[in-house]
Design a protein around this ligand. Sequence first.
Ligand SMILES: Nc1ncnc2c1ncn2[C@@H]1O[C@H](COP(=O)(O)OP(=O)(O)OP(=O)(O)O)[C@@H](O)[C@H]1O
Length: 606
Amino acid sequence: MKKINAAVRELGSTLHLMNSLDKKLVYLMLATSLLNAMNPYVLIIGNTQLLNAMVARRFNTAIRTAVVTYLLVIVVGLAALFIRQTMLISAARANEVLKIRIHEAWEQVDFATLESKEYFSTMNKSESSFRYSGGVRAFFAQLQQSLENVLEIITGISLLAWMVVYRITEQQTILYATIVVVVGLILLEAGLGWAYQHLTKQNIQIFAALMVLEKKMNYFLLEIVNTYSNIKSIKLWGMGDLIQTRYKAVWREEKKQNKTLVHIEYNSQIVAQLISSVAIVAIFTLVVYKMYLHLLPIGNINTLFAGVVQIASSVSLLVAAWQHLQRFQNQIQYVQQVFAISQPPRQTAASQPLPAASTPLVLQFDHVSFSYPNRGEVLHDVSFTLPFKGVTALVGENGSGKTTLVKLMLRLYTPTKGTIRLNGTNIQHIPLAEYTRLFSAVFQDYEVFDIPIDQNIASSTTIDQAKLAAIIQEWGLTDWIAHLPQGAQTPIGGFSGENFQPSGGQQQQIAIARAAYRDSRFQILDEPTASLDPIHELAVFSKIKRLSAHKPSLFITHRIGATTLADQVIMLQAGRIVAMGAADDLAKQSAYFQQLWESQAAMYNA
Ligand SMILES: Nc1ncnc2c1ncn2[C@@H]1O[C@H](COP(=O)(O)OP(=O)(O)OP(=O)(O)O)[C@@H](O)[C@H]1O
């Protein structure tokens, strides 16, 4: 029941979306279905009357019936054709309108609110869903076909049911035979209905799998062979076969899924034919038997034959149309998701202001745990207090959770358990943009963008030139920036055609300068010296110390020696805090600190 409710709700929301594209589409679809479903039965009933009149030798009535019937069929047929064509033309236009809306939704997405790259895969999927489902035109064509078939089946069954039930009580044998046939049919049809539903589910799953395969192919085409550094590695390391084999496997899988799809559609048709033919044979026998007993006029044999043929063909068409419609339903959800993400997030009533600029700030982790999706917990029940003052070093082995902890602090992720508070207020209740401005953070995977260097540093097109010059000077960027054709205004990368590619170390310097430029209250540096040479590394460490007099900082480091620059040290091991305090104290008290110190000292002495 829940599933049916969900399917009806989804269909309702798709119809709502379609209706917003063109209001007359739904009416055109209803009118076409109604007229098309009417026509076969006008013909069947007209022919039956004609036959009955001929058998009774009432020729004038027969001629009148024939003229009225065929005129009606022609008029209804032409009207249905005209309305259907109008519907398809409107649907084609609505399809373009929907595409434009999807692109507008992409345009409106506020990048700052996105949490993962999943959104971009939703964007891709919303495009592919069009290719796979055939778009608005296909949706209305299938919906109209389904509705028409349902109406035809209902009318056909009503006619047959009438013939079965008519004068049923006049003979005991026909009464019992009818009861037995109807009960048997209900049971059999329930079983066949279940089998059909199962096949439809498989059909939809294959389409979902095909979309995943498409995403993999896109990954290959857009992210692997479209990146020069990858092609370079493929050539240098002779990895062509290795990578290509992997993607040939995707093609193979796609071929396999398509074959299964053909198989399922074939089986669905068999089940559908069984659904209609078993019932038809049983009812046919009953009705012919009634005619033999003179309980029905012989002319009605036409209604019987034609009704049966009509139901059988409607069931077969409905099977195909229904499965298409279900696929469409399944895929249009990506479009709905894109629309949902492009809506501006609603401000919660519980939104709390930041503490006043002069108030000292304290961040408090209270029993915080975190798991990445599809992964076990990587941080376990972490509690500590971090005042925004002095220099804090966060130390731990690879994968111990240092970066994750900092990302939670910055609200790039939300804790799966526990709470992070700023001066007592849950940070989730503070408006995100205001909260984020408290920090300037540089990560290992720092990003510089295809815009001029000065805008990269200022994170804006409005630049305080004096401040910029001081920071460039202070952080040692002057040497190489001075040699560029447009100095600090030189754009980075190929987007602007300049194609200036800063080295890894230069990119990191830009990222650090960006952090220094921002008037934040706290500075976070994730492994700030990882790609710097020893001379720059030493300079950065001593500057962190100097700058921290004005701006409190937290830096993540593997270099245990660098902890001597910090006022306090937090040590993480396998997602738990194992020690916290001044470096001198930890050197005496923490076995883990001593162990790291000794292993690194041995490495430098060697
Ligand atoms: N996006 C992600 N999805 C799944 N697991 C992740 C993700 N990012 C990190 N992890 C895992 O979480 C654990 C902690 O990673 P994290 O990057 O926080 O460690 P770290 O201490 O900063 O490591 P390193 O010193 O190597 O940078 C690791 O086991 C890592 O593999």
